[in-house]
Design a protein around this ligand. Structure first.
Ligand code: G16
Ligand code: MG
Length: 219
């Protein structure tokens, strides 16, 4: 029986990827590092410290851990400032409708994001009230593809993994859901999230009706 839904944030509820891109670009320009949109794609869904390591590896740069943390903090300050521009208009099309529908039908709803800034993003969107549980980058140590963030969210909802559907836009996010024993819905192209149980190109197509029709035995 499906009783709960767990949502990733960036790429599912809202598109913070552009703001992350701008902040990493600013830091990279300051450091004289190469950074473009293709490289930004590799950071989808992974933690801040894993992200800076991907950028440094690409640029064949090696620095001591304290400096790396300082630079990641610098990027985060730029990113957090840019979140002030976000408003309740910035839901991805379809996301608010799905959350509203799930609430109306009494499902448990959790956030399972890698972002340590997830509470601020939810505040900006005025979306906090849609979630019974907020699992974010501060909730667990091991980030996706480890299933820990989704297991944390399910445990807080007091549901076993196979009572929950995870919505994710990142390849590593779907890996995490599958490893944790969750049902999964991928948002994005086949080559990225084709390994999910069910896939939609965008959240707009991901209605509760479609989800229930596909997982009909589980409702
Ligand atoms: C998001 C983004 C990632 C970002 C991560 C950590 O994950 O997709 O690009 O690196 O959060 O964010 P922060 O630096 O704010 O802690 P998700 O899981 O919401 O897709
Ligand atoms: Mg994501």
């Amino acid at each position: 029986m499906i009783k709960g839904f767990i949502f990733d944030l960036d790429g599912v509820i809202t598109d913070t990827a552009e703001l992350h891109y701008e902040a990493w670009k600013k830091l990279s320009d300051d450091m004289g590092w190469f950074f473009d949109r293709e490289l930004n794609e590799k950071l989808r869904g992974i933690s801040r410290m894993d992200s800076i390591k991907v950028i440094m590896d690409h640029n064949k740069v090696s620095l001591d851990e304290a400096t790396v943390e300082e630079l990641a903090t610098k990027k985060n300050d730029i990113y957090v400032d840019s979140l002030d521009t976000m408003t309740e208009e910035d839901f991805l099309p379809g996301a608010k409708e799905l959350l509203t529908h799930l609430r109306a039908e009494g499902f448990s709803v959790a956030l399972g994001s890698a972002s340590k800034n997830a509470p601020k993003v939810l505040q900006q969107l005025k979306a906090t009230h849609y979630f019974d549980v907020v699992g974010d980058g501060n909730s667990v140590e091991k980030s996706k593809p480890a299933p820990d963030i989704f297991l944390f969210a399910a445990e807080k909802m007091r549901l076993p993994a196979d009572n929950c559907i995870v919505f994710e836009d990142a390849e590593k996010g779907i890996d995490a859901a599958k490893t944790g024993g969750f049902y999964s819905v991928g948002i994005g192209p086949e080559e990225r999230v084709g390994h999910a149980d069910l896939r939609f190109d965008t959240m707009k197509e991901a209605t509760l009706f479609e989800v229930k029709s596909f997982f009909s035995d589980l409702f």
